[in-house]
Design a protein around this ligand. Structure first.
Ligand code: GAL
Length: 640
């Protein structure tokens, strides 16, 4: 998958409402002077736009847009629906999301709304309409952002009365009759049968675990609520403008289907906080976390760049880029000098159209006062200010061309993440972790990767396609994979459930052309690996395989671990790094895809004209005859 040649830009997130108006012009002039193109504003400003119900105050935003635009910046205007003002709760006292313990979540921070609340949706439609009417044709408004970080602070799922009503309607539409639902869910088990949709509850506060099919439908419903909430806004905005619409997604948030939300948007964007993520959101041993403490995980950003390139169908941005220490992780170190530049170039080398730093000036007040910006609270430059200026200069000197087509694809599927969180079967089985481990294995072999949704049907150009842990393999996908001519590596757990969350018979994985059945699965603590003959091990998850497919790797106990027929390979366990390198290395070899084993912390990515090297290590590395600076990036023209 490639995208057309587009210019690359830098930007910044700015909150005019946080500063006195006489600072705006100087701020804008400095933004332009360091080479910024975009300024994102407005996404939390509802209390200033509508201080009292129905009493609008547009003047300040009119002026802010005029000042920023007049200075030569292009404005990305956010809808303010992530932060309903306090009066909104007086209007809709039941609009708060409710947590799994049945407690409403309070006012006093942000994202305090339930996606299913009809009254709140009406107010969102109203403010978005007013905003779009007023600024849709404003020449300075170049793009829009809906809301802010759907799902942030665990806000996708709500157990509110509004969610209950909407869920029952969703089920009635899906199943048409309670009998059909009972059959699909297997409700004969434990006498869970329902006589009416009105009897069905939300799957929280049950005595022991709820039926996985019930929870799975609830998760699908919750995701659909995010999709329709977002679409409500995009439908309105599009009536008033042709400017592209984005949303800013997050790292490792899988609670709603980003591909579904993305279908209604023009651009995917995400908020990249490499140091916060490493400390807060990633499994890794202490030594690794210490080594990359000030640089971030060498694969985590790239994974999301590749993922959101797919979500945006080729068009994607980094809407928020960490500029210095953040405030929200267990520890908040300062990035090494060089990282603000490396992170930006890594995004561009993966096809980003824009990288916007969060935020312009550090706010001395409220929740994020310890969060760095490009400027200190006293307006003096913070270190990332200079890095930004440097990247802007480099971009001018070397405008990037398209990314090169990747030889490898990885199928990533949000419903699979819900399924395995509902039924991990072993406490460490996490879908994101599995997909990320596979991605990492590919990158350790120096490969550029495309991430594709399970709805992908065109695999032209890929030598190798990975399909780990896919809950159900849609028939169309199975056929497309088989027809693709690519080497396919599937498993563990791929195609192991029906869409109704049951075990299919004939037994999984039922992959086209592969005679293999999983006769039993077991989950194991990490301290009890299953060693494989020839090196490496399965860790945490292991399947017993039967059938006539050729065994290509055995466990040391002699049982089949990896089997193959033709171009279809099935991996019956969770491979550790050594096993994964063997499996992927061999599959790449069979596919005729050249691999380049990479040193720790060094990654590469090709554009059509250049090879980029990213050195996440705190010391220089010599690789392929290139001296890669510590915490630095280097690019060389591609010869082939
Ligand atoms: C993001 C969010 C921003 C800001 C930032 C701090 O998740 O979108 O509004 O809170 O984190 O790192």
């Amino acid at each position: 998958m490639t995208e057309p040649d587009r210019p690359r830009h830098l930007g910044v997130c700015y909150y005019p409402e946080h500063w006195s108006e006489d600072q705006w012009a100087e701020d804008a002039a400095r933004m332009v002077a360091i080479g910024l193109t975009y300024v994102r504003i407005g996404e939390f400003a509802w209390s200033r736009l509508e201080p009292e119900p129905g009493k609008m105050d547009w003047d300040w935003l009119d002026r802010a847009i005029a000042v920023l635009g007049g200075a030569g910046l292009q404005v990305v205007l956010g809808t303010p629906t992530a932060t309903p003002p306090r009066w909104m709760l007086t209007r809709h006292s039941d609009m708060l999301a409710v947590d799994a313990q049945g407690r409403p979540r309070g006012f006093g921070s942000r994202r305090h709304y339930c996606f299913s609340h009809r009254g709140y949706r009406e107010d969102c439609a109203r403010i978005v309409t007013l905003l779009a009417e007023r600024y849709g044709r404003n020449p300075h408004v170049a793009a829009w952002q809906t809301d802010n970080e759907y799902g942030c602070h665990d806000t996708t799922v709500s157990y509110s009365p509004s969610a209950l009503t909407a869920f029952r309607n969703w089920l009635a539409r899906k199943y048409q009759s309670p009998q059909a639902l009972n059959r699909a869910w297997g409700n004969v088990f434990w006498s869970m049968e329902y006589a009416s949709f009105e009897d069905i509850g939300l799957p929280n506060l049950t005595v022991t675990e709820a039926n996985p099919a019930h929870v799975m439908d609830f998760r699908r419903f919750a995701s659909d609520e995010v999709v329709s909430f977002n679409k409500l806004q995009t439908d309105i905005i599009r009536r008033y403008t042709d400017a592209p619409i984005a949303h800013n997604y997050m790292g490792r948030i899988v609670d709603f289907d980003h591909f579904d939300v993305g279908a209604d948007l023009d651009i995917a964007s995400w908020d990249s906080y490499p140091l916060g993520f490493l400390s807060d959101r990633l499994e890794a041993d202490e030594a690794f976390k210490l080594r990359f403490l000030r640089q971030g995980h060498p694969d985590f950003q790239a994974f999301h760049h590749d993922l959101y390139r797919a979500v945006g169908r080729g068009r994607w941005w980094v809407m928020e880029q960490q500029p210095g220490p953040v405030n929200w992780a267990p520890y908040n170190p300062d990035p090494l000098p060089g990282m603000a530049r490396l992170w930006a170039w890594e995004a561009f080398a993966h096809g980003a159209e824009a990288v916007c730093y969060f935020r312009w000036r550090q706010a001395p007040f409220a929740q994020e006062q310890m969060h760095a910006g490009l400027l200190r609270p006293d307006s003096a430059p913070a270190p990332a200010y200079h890095a930004t200026e440097q990247v802007a200069g480099e971009l001018k000197a070397m405008p990037l061309t398209d990314i090169a087509p990747a030889p490898v694809a990885l199928v990533f599927d949000y419903p699979s993440a819900w399924a395995w969180s509902i039924q991990p079967q072993g406490k460490d089985f996490d879908y994101f972790r599995l997909a990320f481990a596979m991605y990492r294995g590919l990158r350790q072999l120096g490969l550029s990767v495309d991430i594709l949704p399970a709805s992908a049907r065109d695999f032209t150009g890929y030598g190798l396609v990975l399909v780990p842990g896919l809950f159900t393999l849609p028939e169309g996908l199975a056929a497309a994979l088989q027809a693709s001519g690519a080497e396919i590596v599937a498993g563990p757990r791929t195609n192991s459930k029906t869409p109704d969350f049951s075990i299919p018979v004939p037994l999984p994985p039922a992959l086209p052309g592969l005679d293999c059945r999983i006769s039993r699965v077991e989950s194991l603590p990490a301290a009890a690996p299953v060693p494989l003959a020839g090196g490496g091990a399965f860790v945490g998850w292991r399947e017993r395989l039967e059938g006539t497919a050729e065994t290509v790797i055995r466990a040391e106990d002699g049982t089949p671990a990896v089997v193959r027929s033709g171009r279809m390979t099935y991996v019956g366990g969770w491979p550790d790094e050594v096993a994964l390198a063997r499996i992927l290395g061999e599959a790449a070899h069979r596919a005729g895809v050249t691999v380049t084993p990479m040193p720790e912390g060094v990654r590469q990515r090709d554009t059509k004209t250049h090879r980029f090297y990213f050195n996440y290590n705190p010391e220089p590395v010599v690789f392929n005859g290139n001296e890669l600076p510590a915490a630095g990036v280097l690019w060389t023209p591609r010869t082939a």
